[in-house]
Design a protein around this ligand. Structure first.
Ligand code: ACO
Ligand code: ZN
Length: 508
């Protein structure tokens, strides 16, 4: 009997020895108590043994990377172990960010034509409902062909894509290594200490080529969360993804970050020492907006390099699909803060290229986790479009969007467009009309995004040669209820900002 147990133990040990990087097997997800156990298929990304304690870093195949975690052997179903095949890669699942964020080709005819808006009792146009509608010229092709088919529903935010094309946010050809792997970079104790990494690195470091298409998926180190916890102001936050902080910070349990200048240090003592020297009580740069307790600061990535780099390092902890580079010069950062007697506390931010050839009005956007799902993301998005309105341009966020990015943008676009449609007044007793272009002008939302949103909302119908937007009373009510919940809004009167023509300035 005792022998049997011993044999089983040895058997398990042997099996665990076989659980190596690239293997797949069902793993029990850490779930809330009282919830049903889930054993999704996961890939082993790494294993470690410290003081006799064996742990495995797993990625759940059909779930977002932010759920990746270290697990103990008892959560592995080793009897269902699959060995890595030579050709096997983590599936590049087509998901919200990749598939849905790319709008279908806009239909020119549709954009230029007046679209009739019908606020009716039903979603599907019936002759009786259409009696109130204006006619549009006959179309020859079907709406599906014209509009590129039905928009897709975004997937659940947790079951998101495992892989997608990544885009760089900060590109510097000269410095192609993350500071975490540069010997010369250590924790700075002074605000003026250089944060710029030197390209001297040990072997086995992650390679960052500076190419927009470089993928972290090939790179095991950057696939593993390296910072356990950060403390920022009154919050302790668990990071979601890898960020290239210096290696000495990856072995400690908490990284302390000054909430005003974003400098990172290794202990509370260091932070306290830093706070005696750091005079900032708000982000650097100009406060360009203030209403009630909400402010926005505009920070020039060239003038406030240290702050901008620290902000990027912090942001990378929660952004997976962006590759971090160190040249912040071409970017402006708009940091949103909430004020109390202690100062202006960072809530979130977005970055924006000074000159964007593709008319992106946001490069990266982030609400810090303690503030998420409270409407701040939409406030940031609203602010980014307010800037575009001041510039007299339409804009769009840089692609790909993350799963949460897509959810937030979809929600913002839907509400903004519906708000216009719902408030359209009939002209001379006729049914209200509006073109896609007019919607773009009013909102600064790019055409493709307007069209994909209308499709996604399933509002566009094609009937007797006309494109018709049909709004049911139910969708109007739902919209009104959602708008009533949006308590904090951007007030354009509180924005004190003049857009700069960066192209004319020659140099950023
Ligand atoms: N689960 C379900 N829905 C969510 C979630 C979630 N975890 N997070 C946001 N949403 C939905 C909200 O329900 C809301 O929709 P609704 O009003 O129609 O219900 C909408 O998204 C916006 O919610 P907010 O509270 O305004 O947004 P939040 O402050 O949470 O910020 C953001 C959204 C910025 C995307 C945040 O989740 C974040 O920082 N994520 C990590 C970084 C990231 O992915 N950024 C976007 C990358 S794309 C790019 O940078 C261009
Ligand atoms: Zn500081």
């Amino acid at each position: 009997m005792a022998d049997d147990k011993e044999n089983k133990k040895i058997g398990l040990k042997t099996t665990l020895d076989m659980v190596v990087e690239g293997c797949r097997l069902p793993v029990k997800m850490s779930i809330l108590p009282n919830e049903e156990e889930e054993w999704p298929l996961a890939e082993i990304l790494s294993r470690k043994e410290e003081k006799g304690k064996l742990e495995f870093y797993v990625h759940y195949i059909d779930f977002n990377k932010r759920l990746d975690e270290w697990v103990l052997p008892d959560r592995l179903r080793v009897e269902e172990l699959q060995f890595p095949r030579k050709d096997q890669k983590t599936p590049q699942k087509q998901t919200s960010s990749a598939a849905n964020s790319r709008p279908t080709t806009p239909d020119r005819e549709l954009q230029e034509k007046k679209t009739t808006v019908d606020r009716s009792e039903s979603d599907s146009p019936s002759p009786s409902l259409l009696s109130k509608k204006l006619s549009l010229p006959e179309q020859t092709s079907s709406p599906a062909a014209k509009l590129g088919g039905q928009g897709q529903t975004p997937q659940s935010q947790t079951k998101s894509n495992a892989g997608r094309k990544r885009k760089a946010i900060f590109l510097d050809e000269k410095q192609d290594l993350p500071p975490a792997y540069c010997n010369s970079l250590s924790l700075q104790d002074s605000q003026d200490a250089p944060a710029t990494p030197q390209p001297s690195a040990p072997p086995q470091q992650p390679r960052q080529t500076g190419s927009m298409s470089s993928s972290h998926d090939e790179n095991i180190i950057t696939r593993i969360k390296n910072i356990e916890t950060i403390e920022l102001g009154k919050y302790r936050i668990k990071p979601w993804y890898f960020s290239p902080y210096p290696p000495e910070l990856t072995t400690i349990s908490i990284v302390f970050i000054c909430e005003f200048c974003l400098k990172y240090v290794k202990s509370r003592k260091c932070l306290e020492r830093h706070r005696t020297k750091c005079t900032l009580r708000h982000p650097p740069g100009n406060e360009i907006y203030r209403k009630s307790t909400i402010s926005f600061f505009e920070i020039d990535g060239r003038k406030n390099k240290m702050y901008s780099q620290n902000l990027c390092l912090l942001a990378k902890l929660f952004l997976d699909h962006k590759t971090l580079y160190y040249d912040t010069d071409p970017f402006l950062f708009y940091v949103m803060t909430e004020y109390d007697i202690k100062g202006f506390h960072i809530v979130g931010f977005f970055s924006k290229e000074k000159e964007s050839t593709e008319d992106y009005n946001v490069a990266c956007i982030l609400t810090l986790p303690p503030y998420q799902r409270k409407g701040y993301g939409k406030l940031l998005i609203e602010f980014s479009y307010e800037l575009s309105k001041f510039e007299g341009k339409t804009g769009s966020p840089e692609k790909p969007l993350s799963d949460l990015g897509l959810l937030s943008y979809r929600s913002y676009w839907s509400q903004t467009i519906l708000e216009i449609l719902v408030n359209l007044k009939p002209e001379n007793g006729e049914r209200p009309q509006i073109t896609i272009n007019e919607i773009c002008e009013l909102t600064s939302i790019r055409k493709e995004d307007v069209i994909s949103t209308l499709q996604h909302l399933n509002l566009i119908n094609y009937y007797k040669g006309q494109y018709i937007i049909t709004l049911s009373q139910e969708s109007i009510d739902t919209h009104n209820r959602a708008m009533a919940k949006r308590k904090i809004r951007i007030d354009a009167k509180c924005l004190h900002w003049t857009p700069k023509d960066w192209a004319k300035r020659g140099k950023w």
